[in-house]
Design a protein around this ligand. Sequence first.
Ligand code: TMP
Length: 205
Amino acid sequence: MPSRGKFITFEGAEGCGKSTHARLLGAYLAERGIPVRLIREPGGVVISEKVRELLLDKKNTAMNKECETLLYMAARAQLVEEVVIPELARGTVLVCDRFLDSTVAYQGYGCGVPVDTIRAIGLFATRGIQPDLTFFLDLDAQEGLRRRGSELDRIELRSIAYHQRVRAGYHQIAGNEPGRVVVIDGQRTREENFAQIRAVVDKIL
Ligand code: TMP
């Protein structure tokens, strides 16, 4: 039996740079000959990418928070089954751009869905699989949206107050699980941040 791989996630609000760092980490590990796979949420497999389109479509203004929460979970359940479980069993290092913490931050702290409910549905969707390590790239909400530019999706178009609640939610998550979540200061340069990320990952691999 191959040993279980590692599950590393990147989290943070809009424009924080997490996708860039997920890619940089993927390239760094591949160069070292470590089996690595990069995925994103919502998405990563055909069905979940279709759900992503529904979730981010600006025309879906009527979508309520319960529907939104369940769709994020539905996309996650499919990705877990098709990719997360088999890749971890194979010993792959999985680098995922967002996971359950995003639903806790965006639909929980952001939209007011009870966090306990999200965690209960999350357990069902993920079969209890949790990241070994999570990087939370922390950045001021206004600065993050400025970096995203003008082509904003349904979630990004929400108010600054909403995005500030999301950021505060991430701080709660990080405060509750300091052993798993590493907070990265999104204001620093990409090089400084990637050096910190690489050092943490080198220690656990
Ligand atoms: P992305 O911009 O990082 O690709 O993520 C897509 C959007 O979906 C982003 O605005 C954050 C949002 N999102 C949630 O609201 N809840 C979730 O559970 C996930 C995974 C993403």
